[in-house]
Design a protein around this ligand. Structure first.
Ligand code: GDP
Ligand code: GDP
Length: 456
């Protein structure tokens, strides 16, 4: 893979079987490439084709290349899958229609789904082989996708050029400078942790203001306190942080029932409403059950996680590798937080306070990372060949293909011969391989497995 692979915009061609998707792609690619390779197995790049039209480069995804390989599967599911692939990947979507057979309810259903994606969608009506058939496109205006473009994929009638023009006009600006264009971001962070670990002190140190009331008496900051502050990034854009300090989760036995319920509920709500969870620990007292619960809550909500070990000034006998030793020790009590970014700070001395915001920004960005499907498949294929799934009673897990369905948290969908054959340890292995290949540090990663019959 080269850098230019990554920045080429992607165009997905979707539509019912037999409308002429493959024919159109052959036409667009300009070569009569046979698209017949539908061996079950992890799909590699066979559904991606590079197109150059008057100097604009883009890659076409043949979504049918993924999904039409399994004709035994219900139609609707294949169409849904095409839409999912297009949604996950494409910058522009072409809905291909058949001018010969006319509009069908399935075309309408696909159009409805696509309209919701908030991506440019172009309706193209194929098999308009002669100018006198051009009237056949009229009924497709009803799809609500703008002016349909008449094409003849088979004969390369002039409309194909119109389609290419329309695609190019809808492509995002391809100049690399605009790829990561500086834009202002607001990140909401939930500052959670037990009472007295230093949440209010940290919030004050971060915002440079006495926003939160700090007190020696546990529970003073009972209500959530919000503070916002802004940092200018290296690219000139600004990140605004809105930090919510929640009252700590208090030990059940020690507080009246009402307050405890309120606090727990508030922390959970703050996590759900935030973009990133910052769990504050006290370097001296370590991890408690409440911290475990907060990590679980955060994970369940799919939030990126930063673990801030505060009161680092209180730790004596620090050695060069104390961070590593501490990290291992703390994570042995918080195994579900092992993906988190962990930093060691002191609200009292201000040591490494700024790094909290670096970590929050990193976790936020990593949670929004989107990986192209062909790269996902490459990693999964390599992982599988390195360490194939175990075969149980002659049945082995066969992963047909994989795609990243969502970001925040990154969610990978693996289509396999039988989802039940995916065991937890193998799922963890694949997650580990994905994490080794792509930087998701600080973010949870999810793997969903769906059953698909493979063609024999
Ligand atoms: P896909 O299933 O959507 O990929 O469709 P194919 O590309 O395999 O095409 C299905 C059938 O439609 C084939 O028999 C093609 O030859 C035919 N076809 C494709 N494009 C055109 C066209 O522009 N005009 C006509 N008349 N037939 C076409
Ligand atoms: P909260 O209940 O989690 O909001 O905790 P507070 O911010 O109210 O802090 C509880 C106590 O810990 C206060 O006495 C703080 O002065 C103290 N404290 C907070 N951060 C630090 C730190 O980094 N080092 C030391 N030594 N004390 C701290």
């Amino acid at each position: 893979m080269t850098a230019s692979d990554r920045i080429k915009p992607l165009v997905a061609i979707v539509g019912r079987p037999n409308v002429g998707k493959s024919t159109l792609i052959n036409r667009l690619v300009g070569a009569r490439k046979a698209i017949v390779d539908d061996q079950p197995g992890v799909t590699r790049d066979r559904a991606y084709f590079d197109v150059d039209w008057t100097g604009r480069d883009f890659t076409v995804i043949d979504t049918g290349g993924f999904t039409d390989a399994r004709p035994d599967e219900p139609f609707a599911e294949r169409i849904n899958e095409q839409a999912a692939i297009a949604q996950a990947e494409a910058d522009v979507i072409v809905l291909l229609l058949d001018g010969r057979s006319g509009m069908t309810p399935i075309d309408q259903a696909i159009a409805n789904d696509l309209r919701r994606l908030k991506k440019p969608v172009i309706a193209a009506v194929n098999k308009i082989d002669a100018p006198q058939q051009a009237g056949d496109i009229a009924e497709f205006y009803a799809l609500g996708l703008g002016d349909p473009i008449a094409v003849s994929a088979l004969h390369g009638f002039g409309g194909v050029g119109d389609l290419l023009d329309a695609i190019c006009a809808a492509l995002p600006d391809a100049s690399p400078d605009t790829e990561g264009e500086a834009s202002d971001t607001t990140i909401r962070m939930a500052i959670v942790g037990r009472p007295n670990v230093g949440k209010s002190s940290l919030l004050n140190a971060l915002s440079g203001q006495e926003r939160a009331i700090v007190s020696e008496v546990s529970g003073t900051t009972r209500d959530a306190v919000e503070a916002s502050f802004t940092r200018t990034r290296a690219d000139g854009a600004q990140t605004r942080f809105v930090a919510v300090d929640t009252a700590g989760i208090r030990k059940k036995s020690k507080v009246p029932y009402g307050i405890e319920m309120f606090s727990v509920d508030r922390a959970i709500r703050a996590i759900r409403e935030a973009d990133v969870t910052a769990l504050i620990l006290d370097a001296e007292t370590g991890v408690t059950d409440q911290d475990k619960r907060l990590v679980e809550t955060s994970n369940k909500a799919g939030r990126p996680l930063v673990i801030v070990v505060n009161k680092w000034d209180c730790v004596s006998n620090k050695k060069p590798n104390s961070h590593e030793t501490y990290r291992k020790e703390l994570l042995s009590y918080l195994p579900h937080g092992d993906f988190a970014l962990m930093i060691f700070v002191s609200a009292k001395t201000g040591q490494r306070i700024e790094r909290i915001l670096d970590a929050v920004e990193t976790a936020y960005a990593n949670a929004r990372r989107r990986i192209r499907t062909h790269l996902v498949n490459q990693v999964i294929a390599e992982a599988v060949s390195l360490h194939p799934p175990p075969v149980i009673k002659n049945r082995g897990l066969n992963i047909l293909y994989a795609t990243q369905g969502e970001v925040d948290p990154p969610t990978f969908i693996l289509f396999a011969n039988d989802a039940k054959l995916m065991k937890d340890d193998y799922r963890r292995y694949l997650e580990k391989k994905l994490r080794e290949s792509f930087d998701f540090t600080g973010s949870p990663v999810r793997l969903a497995v769906r059953t698909r019959e493979s063609r024999r």
